[in-house]
Design a protein around this ligand. Sequence first.
Ligand code: ZN
Length: 418
Amino acid sequence: MTPSSERRQPVPGPSFPTMWKELAGIGRDPASGGYRRYAWTGADTECRAWFREQAESRGLAYETDRNGNQWAWLGDPDGTDAVVTGSHLDSVPDGGAFDGPLGVVSSFAAVDELLRRGAAPTRPLAVVNFGDEEGARFGLACVGSRLSAGQLTRDAAYALRDGDGVALPDAMEAAGHDPSAIGPDPGRLARIGAFVELHVEQGRALDLTGDPVGVASAIWPHGRWRYDFRGEANHAGTTRLADRRDPMLPYAETVLAARRAAELAGAVATFGKVAVEPNGVNAIPSLVRGWLDSRAADQATLDTVTAAVEAAAREAADRQGVDLAVVRESFTPVVEFAHALRDELGRILDRGGERPVPVLGTGAGHDAGILSASVPTAMLFVRNPTGVSHSPAESATEDDCVAGVRALADVLEGLACR
Ligand SMILES: [Zn+2]
C-alpha cells in the first residue's frame, strides 16, 4: 500500500450531473424504467467499478473492507475519529434513481466542494458505499452494514440464498469479492467518530414544510405480524350464508380496522400481502393469511395501533365462527440518532438561516440505523416532491440536490475541519 505521504494531492472529480449521467444507464430496465441493481450481480459490479473510479480519479485512497463495503478516503484510512459519509448503490426491484445513489453521488460532490473551498480536514474523511442495503436478492436488508456492526453472523450470512438458490458467499466470490473473511469489523467501526448518510426523503414531510433539506430524528419502530384466519372451505354456490365460517369476512374487517387505527394514532398500518386457501373462485376459503406492516413515531403509539387491530380482528373472527392466530414475525425498535451529533448538524445548518432546519422521523430503514448502535450517526434528507420511493417515479429537483450537497459539505466541514 502506498504511504499517504506519497499519495497524490486529492483533486475535485467529475461534476454532480456528470456522475449522475454515468450511473443513470447502469441496471436500468428499459421496459419499466426502474433499476434492478441487486447485490453482487453484473449491474452492482458496474456500480462498484464506478465507485472505485470516482475514488481514484480524485486521488482518494480506495479500499474494500472484509464485507465488501467500499471506502474512499481523504486522509489516513487508519486514522481515528474519522468522519464518514455515504449510502448505497443497490436497488429494490424497479427502484428509483435516487434511493442510495443520491447519497453516494452527493458525498463525492461534497468532498469536491471541500477541496474547492480549500478546507483542511483535521480528521480523516471517507465516502462509503455499503453493500446489499436493500436486500432485494437475499431477502435481508443492510447485509454489508449488519455484518460490519456484528448484527448478522458469518454463519447466518453464509446461509442466505437468492431466489435461484445461489448462496451469498458464492455470489460474492463470483463478483470478485473473497467471502472468507466476512464478519464483524469492530476495529474499523471504532475508528469512525461520526457517520452521516444523506438520503432522498421517502415521504412528503419536507414538501409540506417547504424545505429542501431536513435532519433525521429517528427511525420509527416497526414490525410485521401474520394474521391467520381459519374457517371452513365449502361450496360457494350451495352453502347457505348462515351456515358459513368464512375467514375472508373478518380479514376484510381487519384491513379496514387497521386503516382506522392508524389514522386515529397518526401512524401507518398496511395489509400488503395476503394468501388464500384453497384460492378458488367458487370456494369459501378455509384460510386467509394476511400480513400487517405497522410503524409509528414511538413504541407506545405502535403498541396502541397493533393492539387495536388485533382486538378488532378477534371480535370479527368470533362473530363469524372463525379461528384467529396472530404471530409477530419481525420487530425493530425505535432507532434514535445520536442527539449530540443531530444537534451539531442543526447548529451547522442553521448558521445565518431565518428558520431552523426541520428535524423529522422516518418509517424506512437505512444503513445509518444499523450503524447507530456502534457509531454516532446522523442523516440528512433531501426533499422528494411526491414522496414516492422504491419506484421509478422517485424524484428530487436539481436545485434540491444542489442544496443537499451544500448542506452535506457544510456538515463535513463543520465536523472534520474544526
Ligand atoms: Zn436507501
